[in-house]
Design a protein around this ligand. Sequence first.
Ligand code: R5P
Length: 301
Amino acid sequence: MLVKAVVTGNYPDGFNIAREVNAEVIGITEKVFPDGEQYVRLDEPDKVRDSTILVISTMYPMQDQSLLKLLILADALARNQAREFIGVIPYLAYSRQDKVFMPGEPVSASTVLRILKSAGYSRLVVVDFHSNSLLSDFKSYLVNILVSDLLVKAVVDKLDKPVILAPDKGALERARFAAESIGLDYDYLVKSRDRVTGAVSYAPREVSVEGRDVVIVDDIISTGGTIAEASRILLKQGARRIFVAASHGLMIGNALSRIMDAGVQRIILANTLSSRLEHPLVEYVDISSRIASVLRELIQA
Ligand code: R5P
């Protein structure tokens, strides 16, 4: 089936995804009005009629603007009689507020999913979605792509007696996915976070890291606190070297120096965001082909 694509969210890597599925890219004009409101227009509206359109965008940085752009684009696509439009959103923002942690909170991740669905997106294709509970609630709607295997493979040749670790039990699936595809050991750390102070503490896990290279696999690096803390503990427990593989490297503020100060050798990130950190110890893995192969299956189904 012939598909077409619209790429937005300042995500140039989205054009690679479109190219890999042979989707014709329909241009859009985007601007911001003087008062800060956003504007978008399909340059060739006739081209969307009766077509399946992939709307490819990331949602970091500028999470709120990206969300609104996706909503108004959906309106333009529906008005111009697109047959179907699929959101291809490697980083879906707000995913970490996936439950009510303290009374009075919203479940923001669910809100975002529901508004994208009600805007008309028939499916959402995402990378390494944070929330296991919402993956199950939205299982016929969300297509979640794991890439931890690609990230670990980028560094595996450099490792000695490697073990893949998730920083908590909830992250175990992505560590297992990477480890089993390469044939390595894996485990998780038992982490708890004080919801008021944010302080993180760990209890011991089962696999010994003594004398081994560890790859910590996580979905998001935000402030770097989780990785820094886990790395320090693992090095104290005798780990030889620490590598980090994460799908979404937000790397807020001094996250990089925090992680490096904790003794991490190298950080491997997927290209799911429109921002990149240029640093000799940070490496990006292009996951466009993985996304494209999932899209091909989805479109043909
Ligand atoms: C938490 O559940 C996530 O999977 C990440 O571990 C967390 O968001 C990382 O945040 P930070 O880098 O601020 O510790």
